[in-house]
Design a protein around this ligand. Structure first.
Ligand code: ZN
Ligand code: ZN
Length: 92
């Protein structure tokens, strides 16, 4: 999928945005209703040091908006060409 037809590159503010900086943004995922961090590059494989920072940004938001435990799910399913990660609630 090309960057110009990627919905993560488009970054439409359809849901609440919690965080926005030069590396990434964090918003509520419109499909999953949990916080999701999106790297601001159309690339599925950030270097490890970038991945660590993105997960920190996501955790900072998830600590605030999710009650209870969560885990960071960074498998790319519906948008395999662009790195993003969800903070998913742990099943009880
Ligand atoms: Zn989602
Ligand atoms: Zn993209």
């Amino acid at each position: 999928m090309a960057a110009d037809e990627c919905e993560l590159c488009e970054a439409a503010r359809l849901t609440e945005w919690y965080h926005d900086d030069e590396a990434c943004w964090v918003a509520e995922c419109e499909a999953c209703f949990v916080p999701m961090v999106v790297w601001k590059r159309h690339d599925p494989n950030p270097p490890e040091e970038v991945r660590v920072v993105l997960h920190q940004r996501l955790s900072a938001v998830a600590d605030r908006v999710l009650s209870g435990e969560y885990w960071i799910d960074d498998r790319l399913r519906s948008i395999p060409g662009h790195y993003h990660a969800h903070a998913r609630r742990r099943p009880r």
